[in-house]
Ligand binder design. Structure first.
Ligand SMILES: *Cc1c(COP(=O)(O)O)cnc(C)c1O
Length: 409
């Protein structure tokens, strides 16, 4: 049994600052807000160098000193590689803007960046003796939970709103979670999980209702800074649902500055949402710290169809402190960007990733993104899990082959 070198000191309520002991099972704070993991950053900074990191395998657990797992035996691995950053050169030329970099998170296990959060949440659950986990999901989080829990031999219950993409529902069920399709919305599913805690004895793994998914998603910020040679880009466009990744990256940059691995420059954090579900955008524009639940949420980008985010104030704080903004894009512009990136760059985005490209195009027009800024777009999942707009032709073998038709198609 190998001990990791860890630096966790305590957990802290993100709203009131009240502290909680580490190494115990926690959900939300007493104030009903997310808990954040705190570290002895001085000791961490002395224990590891950039060169140490550089000599390790290009994978998630290279950042273990920045994470709370204490015993290596609790790590559950499915091959969490560092994800590539792909320049979108042709689109950049066409738009006449600064460098566009796409961080392609679709390469992770279960095909989405939910793997980062759940790899860590499941490792911590294992470390703290949890035997049964449950969550409401629009798809990718449930798939990651199912896969990591099956591998860790933890029992799992997953609840999906009835409009969850069928491929997600089946991948969750197929990977061993007890899976339920619910004729309601994600908050109805969340209620089943919350209210069933006592009767079912499960641990509520809902977004931000446990402290560790943020830490897993934090690795996106660590990884991005490392891949850019310990620099941060000018702007990050992040498709924002529950906001775990945006909050996690913001935390990563602050921790990296504390150990003096990066300076005080921060990327401008841009929360991208869909016009049919834009609670954070509305709150940003109205200048409030919390977002009102969005009625009748609807968008093709199911990963960002989150009408109420429990970490709303954390998303809005990061966006405002970074001098960023929140922006909504239409489903039509998401479809257009989806196609454009596939055709011009050979990169098959997910609709949520396409939303960030749509937002970039829109905001270069308004001038909120300047044409000399280096921009990172987050593609959160493999495009292969999603329906694609049909664009093929057909050939009828009962007729002569018409090569003019083929040439001109
Ligand atoms: C979960 C998800 C998002 C939103 O991520 P958060 O960090 O929870 O805001 C975006 N896109 C996809 C594909 C997702 O699965």
């Amino acid at each position: 049994m190998q001990e990791f070198q860890t630096f966790v000191t305590h957990l802290e309520c993100s709203y009131t600052g009240k502290t909680y002991p580490a190494d115990q099972l926690h959900g939300l704070s007493e104030a009903g807000k997310p808990l954040l993991v705190r570290y002895d950053l001085d000791a961490l900074g002395k224990a590891i160098t950039k060169d140490d990191l550089n000599s390790r395998l290009p994978e998630f657990w290279r950042y273990r000193e920045f994470l709370p797992v204490r015993r290596s035996e609790n790590v559950v691995r499915l091959g969490e590689l560092m994800t590539p950053i792909l320049p979108a050169t042709r689109i950049q030329q066409e738009l006449g803007c600064g460098e566009i970099l796409i961080k392609d998170e679709g390469r992770l296990p279960t095909g989405s960046f939910k793997a980062r959060g759940l790899a860590l949440a499941v490792a911590m659950a294992k470390e703290l003796g949890v035997r049964r986990m449950a969550m409401p999901t629009n798809g990718n989080a449930g798939a990651a939970l199912a896969a990591y829990c099956s591998r860790a031999d933890i029992e799992t219950f997953v609840f999906c709103p009835e409009d969850t993409p069928p491929v997600n529902v089946e991948e969750i069920a197929f990977q061993g979670a007890k899976t339920f399709l619910v004729n309601g919305l994600i908050n109805d599913c969340g209620k089943i999980v919350g209210e069933g805690k006592e009767a079912m004895g499960w641990f509520d793994t809902s977004t931000l209702k446990e402290p560790y998914r943020i830490e897993g998603k934090k690795t996106m910020g660590l990884e991005l800074a490392e891949q850019l040679d310990w620099n941060v880009p000018d702007v990050i466009l992040y498709p924002t649902g529950g906001g775990t990744g945006l909050i996690g990256m913001w935390k990563a940059f602050n921790e990296l500055e504390s150990i003096r691995w990066i300076g005080s420059k921060r990327p401008r954090m841009v929360a991208v949402q869909a016009e049919g579900c834009a609670p954070i955008v509305k709150a940003f524009e109205e200048g409030t710290r919390h977002a009102e639940p969005w009625p009748d949420a609807s968008t093709i980008a199911s990963g960002i169809r989150v009408p109420a985010a429990i970490g709303d104030f954390l998303i809005l704080d990061a966006v405002r402190e970074s001098d960023g903004f929140a922006v909504a894009v239409s489903d039509a512009s998401i479809n257009e960007a989806h196609r454009e990136c596939a055709v011009s760059e050979g990169i098959l985005l997910c609709p949520e990733g396409a939303a960030t490209l749509a937002a970039l195009k829109q905001e270069l027009q308004t001038g909120r993104i300047k044409s000399d800024e280096q921009v990172v777009l987050f593609n959160c999942a493999t495009g292969l899990k999603y329906p694609m707009q049909s664009s093929h032709h057909t050939i009828d073998l009962t007729k002569p082959i018409d090569y003019d038709f083929i040439r001109e198609s």
